[in-house]
Design a protein around this ligand. Structure first.
Ligand code: PLP
Length: 334
């Protein structure tokens, strides 16, 4: 809030043709945290993924001539623009606003053999979420990302990670990929990056940075009002003590949900950090969501039998207990 107020009194949006100080400081911080090289700012997660797709396609034009396919995964979510809907794996989404943007092939998530089979001369990149969020918090096996990295290296294709939901501390590391000790070629951030204001980022390794002036941009991209806020957010969230507190709160949330699961016979609890899902034994998630709202707890229902919880990263243990209590009341009412 202080950053928003301070910046709003000095400079809000100059032309995007000009750099500005908070933008440069934020880019530098994200480069340092990711170990990658350059950053492009946009206004939404979808837009950051569009940038990633355009960048990969441009890289492919010179590095893999003739290749124009990005392999993505079933049930993935990458946004609501035409290209990101085509990239996403939500059933039926590629048929909603025909013609769909071509250039995407889909394989099951967490299936390295299927990914290997899908890569050929036409392929230029693999694009996945480290944990599938909208699919209902689907956590892959611990070595999935490192196997994808190895595969991408062997086949000379790019690894693009969509960390719009998992990034900015959500899983207890600044980037979820840090749990696997791999580095992507391109990673996207959104959502928590601005702590509530619209900003997203596409971060890329030096060897992929082939955009020329004019290839990508937009009136509000990297404006100082949003970048000043995001810089304040990142400076706070990236502190080791803050990330440790997210992990600790995540452990507490996991234990609390597991206890709840044993009380009210939920099928499964899964997640990481502060991104959790409860799998119910029947497709009653939206009914439970409304009951929870009536009792004073906001959750969401990404699937008919799945409830997702994504509390604020600074949630307290008392609030976690209170949430479990409200969820238990909602489940009993149902
Ligand atoms: N990618 C992932 C993994 C997401 O979870 C989302 C939003 O839910 C997006 C992309 C799209 O972001 P936005 O809604 O900001 O366009």
């Amino acid at each position: 809030v202080d950053a928003l107020i301070d910046q709003s009194t000095s400079l809000i949006t100059p032309s995007p043709a000009l750099h500005n100080a908070p933008q440069l400081a934020l880019a530098e911080k994200l480069v340092q945290l990711s170990g990658l090289s350059q950053v492009h700012f946009s206004n939404s997660g979808s837009e950051a993924n569009e940038v990633a797709i355009k960048l990969a396609r441009k890289w492919g034009q010179t590095h893999r001539p003739g290749a124009d396919v990005i392999v993505t995964t079933h049930n993935s979510f990458h946004g609501r623009t035409l290209a990101t809907m085509a990239a996403g794996g939500k059933a039926g989404w590629d048929k909603m606003f025909p013609p769909a943007v071509p250039g995407f092939r889909k394989v099951p998530f967490n299936d390295i053999a299927a990914m290997r089979d899908a890569i050929d001369d036409q392929t230029l990149a693999i694009m996945v979420e480290p944990i599938q969020g909208e699919a209902g918090v689907i956590v892959p096996s611990a070595d999935y990302l490192s196997q994808l990295r190895q595969l991408a290296n062997e086949q000379d294709v790019l690894l693009i990670l969509d960390e719009i939901q998992t990034g900015v501390g959500r899983t207890g590391q600044f980037f979820a990929f840090e749990h696997s000790a791999v580095k992507p070629d391109i990673v996207t951030l959104g959502k928590g990056l601005g702590g509530g204001v619209p900003i997203s980022a596409t971060i890329a390794a030096e060897h992929v940075c082939c955009f020329e002036h004019g290839d990508q941009g937009g009136t509000y991209n990297g404006n100082p009002l949003m970048t000043a806020v995001a810089l304040a957010v990142v400076n706070e969230v990236a502190r080791p003590a803050f990330l440790q507190a997210v992990s600790d709160a995540g452990d507490k949330l996991q234990a609390t949900l597991q206890e709840l699961a044993s009380q009210i016979e939920l099928k499964q609890v899964r997640g990481a950090g502060l991104l959790w899902a409860i799998e119910l034994d029947r497709p009653i998630a939206s009914a439970l969501q409304s009951q929870a709202m009536d009792t004073g707890l906001l959750v969401n229902a990404p699937r008919p039998a799945t409830i997702r919880l994504m509390p604020a990263l600074n949630v307290s243990t008392g609030e976690i207990d209170e949430a479990a209590q409200l969820l238990s009341v909602a489940a009993q009412r149902l």
